[in-house]
Structures are given as C-alpha cells and as structure tokens.
Design a binder for this molecule. Structure first.
Ligand code: BES
Ligand code: MN
Ligand code: ZN
Length: 493
C-alpha cells in the first residue's frame, strides 16, 4: 500500500473512500463538520439519531458521493480530547478493515487529525500508517485461488496543521515500521517446511544486500570449533543444518553496539520430550524472536538510526530424530558451563545461551534477547503484554516505557536470586528446567547465567508474537516497542 499526505480539505478531496471521525459526545470532528456543511446537516442528523454513537472503532459507511469523494466512512473516536492511544489504534484498524470491505482501491483518512491523549500529532500519523498496514495484511501467497477482493492500493492522510514538516518524517517512520512488521509476519507465517534455518539465513543475506549490512552465517562445523555445545545439542534431532546468523548495522562509527538476540526455532516439536498434538502447528511460530531481530534491523537501517546494532540469531529445528538429545544428557555450553537437559522441550534457552555468550565478543552496550520462550508467560500475561526480565533496571525501565509509548507493552517479572536454586542439578552446573513454578522466571534465570558480562534484558514474547484460533497468524510484536527503544537510544533526551 502507498501512503501519502494530503493538504486538501476533506470537502475538496477526490477519493473512493473518505474517512472522518465522530466523537462520543455527539460531536463531529473538524473533518466531519466540513462534510456536514456540504450535506446540509445530514451527518449531524445521523449522529443525533444515534446511528453511530462514536465509540472507539465503531464504523458507519455513507454509501453516497459527498463532494468529490465517492463514499464516506464515519469512524467512532470516543470522547473528543480523551481518545486513548490503544483506542486510536483500534479505530484506525477498524476503519481500514471497513474500507477494504467496501472494495475501494483508494482511501483518504482524516483520523490522524484527532487529538490522542498523551501523544503527539506525529505519533498519530505514524500509528495510522502502522495500524492500517497491519489491518490490511494477508498471508495468501500459498493459496492457489486468488482472493476475489483486492486490497486498497493507496491511502492519503490529512494531518493536524501543527505538524508541518515533521509530517513527512512521521510518515517515513510509519512506513519503515509497517514494512518491518510485514517482513516479520511473512517469515513467521511461512510454514516450517519452507521457513527452515537455511531459509532464515538466506533471508538475512538478502536483507544485508538490500540494506548495506554485514551478514555472517556460522555453520555447524564452525559452531563445533567454537564450542557451542548447547546450540548443537538441540540441532542433533533434525536433518536441517543449524545456523548462527550474525548481522551488523553501522550507523554510528565505532560506538559500542546494541545486540539483539532472537530465538529462531523454525519448528518446536519438543524433541524427545514431545509436545501433545493439539495446536502443535503453532510451533512454526517459535522463530518469531528471530523474525523480530531481522525486521528491527531492517527498520533501523531504513530509518538510518545513528547507532550500531548487532543481530544474533541461533536457528534450528527441535525434532526427535534418532540422534536427538535425551532427558538426562549433559552438554557443555560455549561459556564452559555444563547443562543437564532434563526436558528437551526447554530448547530455546539452550540455543540462546550460546548466542548470549557469543554476543560478548562485540563488547555490547546492552543485549536484548527476544524469544517465544515459555508457555508459562502466556498463562501469566496472556496476549496483552510480553514478559520483561533482566539484570539492569535502567535498561528494563527503558524497554517498559518504549512499549508503553508504542502501544506494544511488556511487563516486568522479578529475577530474584532466590529463584536460581530451582535450576540446581545433581550432575551438572545447572539443569535446563526449574520445575512447574515460575516457569518464565526460571527460564530467564537460566539465561542470566550467560548474560553476566553486559546489561541484559529478556523479552518473553510467547503470548504476544502470534495469535491462535480464527485469527491465527504472527502479529509483528514487539517490533514497535524495539524500534521506539532504538530511536530513544539514538537520540538521548
Ligand atoms: N516454544 C516453547 C514455548 C511456547 C509455548 C511458546 C507455548 C508459545 C506457546 C518452548 O520451547 C517450550 O516448549 N517451553 C516449555 C518449557 C518447559 C519444558 C520448562 C514450556 O513452556 O512448556
Ligand atoms: Mn520447546
Ligand atoms: Zn520453543
């Protein structure tokens, strides 16, 4: 979809679908008022009758020409001046869906003119692009019959006059974030037989070529030489070759980089500790951390952020092949610490721990790992917030606040010393599981033992990276959070 700004007034604009806001206190937005004048009070009458109450996300199409627009879509935006960021996002999403149901090819939206509580007009414009692209996303490339309903091709936005030249910047940022989300969704929605570790490595190389990044792919033989016994242990159960993908974006000379480490299990069967069959297909999404890292680096490069980034992606399948690791097996990680594998389904931490040790060589300013790591996190926080843990309060606060601003939230869990003893093993330095209690925390405790050389944060995205059921598919979270975090790091307050 093409996004552009328009200076045209709503009652002057030629489009197939004009989108304007209605407020809950029976008020018309500025744009709706302009159209109402053209219609001799018809919109005010519709609102007065209560055909649309103005609740955030309500939509009502007017299937008639108004000015130079072929039709109008009224969209509820809540009480004027009190629209919350999440409500705004929801309203933009619903508007885009409703417009696409009207089969239009072009649309023009004046929703970004609305005042959003605690947010700038630039935020509203950026979010309008991100939420519209998100709403219109489809993954249908593997369907052989073309979808009868083509998607809208272009969207113009009318913005608050005060934005001035910042509007172009907000639009480009919105596009970069939207494209990143689409990239991550495409990678994650692709099934496990297509999105293999080799495929991810190829995609990383392609991204490097597009964006002028340095990309290195470490193969199993080299992992062996380096001593990545934990990552290699998981890879034993499958014929697919594991990869360690390393990407570098340089936007700030020789400054210490931020490192992003993404879990790239392209299918998690559980291994010998096999998962139950129900919904096991969703374990193709177990590489969403990897997809997030690729996408965020793409966005940072497109936005030319003045900072240095390293992306580290350990990627493998977790299958129960004849050579697979077994419960009780003990392996030596890259750090030299030994691990007793009591459950082969706790594989994410095994591949991540070697990647975290590998990150040390970049002398990073901070390391953030992103992983669909525990079912326990889905139980604790559901689909609203990701889990946030780490060894540095400044870093975890920054991430929490960036998520707040981006409407892509994470929520802290404690990483107290007392939890560490759940990982005690009789036979090795540690076990790879910590029992039923506090599963998200003990997983992070495990990782913390490999992340003690730098400020580190862990995002458990098992509950937010994808949806199941009727809406099954990747969400692109937590890309908005991470881009916001990077932007703040790029220009310190
Ligand atoms: N990939 C899963 C975590 C997961 C579960 C993500 C559900 C999304 C939805 C991870 O590898 C895993 O299997 N974790 C185990 C850990 C347990 C064996 C300690 C889990 O959460 O059950
Ligand atoms: Mn698992
Ligand atoms: Zn997993």
């Amino acid at each position: 979809m093409e996004y552009a700004l328009t200076q045209e007034a709503p009652d002057q604009l030629a489009t197939e679908c004009l989108i304007v806001a209605i407020h809950e206190n029976r008020g018309l937005s500025e744009a709706a008022t302009a159209l109402d004048r053209l219609l001799g009070g018809e919109i005010a009458a519709i609102v007065q009758r209560g055909d649309i109450e103005g609740k955030p996300g309500q939509t009502l199409p007017l299937l008639r020409a108004v000015g130079r627009a072929e039709r109008v879509l009224l969209v509820g935006m809540g009480v004027a001046g009190a629209c919350k960021p999440a409500q705004y996002k929801e309203a933009v999403t619903r508007a885009a869906q409703a417009a696409s149901e009207l089969h239009v090819k072009t649309m023009a939206s004046f929703l970004p003119m609305i005042e959003v509580k605690d947010r700038s007009p630039a935020w509203a414009l950026e979010q309008a692009v991100v939420a519209t692209e998100d709403a219109l996303y489809r993954f249908d490339r593997l369907k052989t019959r073309a979808n009868a309903r083509p998607l809208p091709q272009s969207c113009q936005f009318g913005t608050a006059g005060a934005l001035g030249s910042d509007a172009n910047e907000a639009l480009s940022a919105g596009r970069a974030i939207a494209r990143a989300i689409t990239l991550a969704k495409d990678l994650a929605n692709l099934p496990g037989n297509m999105c293999t570790p080799s495929y991810l490595a190829e995609q990383a190389q392609a991204l490097g070529a597009r964006g002028g990044l340095e990309v290195n792919v470490i193969e199993e033989a080299e992992m062996q030489t380096l001593g990545m016994g934990a990552l290699l242990a998981v890879a034993r159960g499958t014929h697919e070759a594991a990869k360690l993908i390393v990407l570098q974006y340089r936007g700030n000379g020789s400054a210490p980089p931020l490192a992003l480490v993404g879990k790239g299990v392209t299918f998690d069967s559980g291994g010998i500790s096999l998962k139950p069959p129900a919904n096991m297909d969703e374990m193709k999404f177990d590489m969403c951390g990897a997809a997030t890292v690729l996408a965020v680096i793409q966005a940072a490069a497109e936005m030319k952020l003045p900072l240095n980034l390293v992306g580290i992606i350990p990627t493998t399948e977790n299958l129960p092949g004849g050579s697979a690791i077994k419960p009780g097996d003990i392996v030596t990680s890259l750090s030299g610490q030994t691990i007793e594998i009591l459950n082969t389904d706790a594989e994410g931490r095994l591949i991540l721990c070697d990647a975290l040790t590998y990150a040390e060589r970049f002398k990073p300013a901070a390391v953030i790992d992103i992983a669909t790591l525990t079912g326990a996190c889905v139980i604790a926080l559901g689909g609203q917030a990701g889990g946030l843990l780490g060894n540095d309060e400044t870093l975890t606060r920054e991430l929490e606040q960036a998520g707040q601003t981006a409407a892509d939230r994470v929520w802290p869990l404690p990483l107290w010393e007392e939890y560490q003893k759940q990982l005690d093993s009789n036979f090795a330095d540690m076990a790879n599981i910590g029992g039923r209690e506090a599963g998200t925390i003990t997983a992070a405790c495990f990782l913390s033992r490999f992340a003690d050389k730098y400020p580190w944060a862990h995002l458990d995205i098992a509950g937010i990276a994808y949806k199941g059921g009727k809406e099954k598919g990747a969400t692109g979270r937590p890309i908005p959070l991470l881009v916001e975090f990077l932007r703040r790091r790029a220009k310190p307050a």
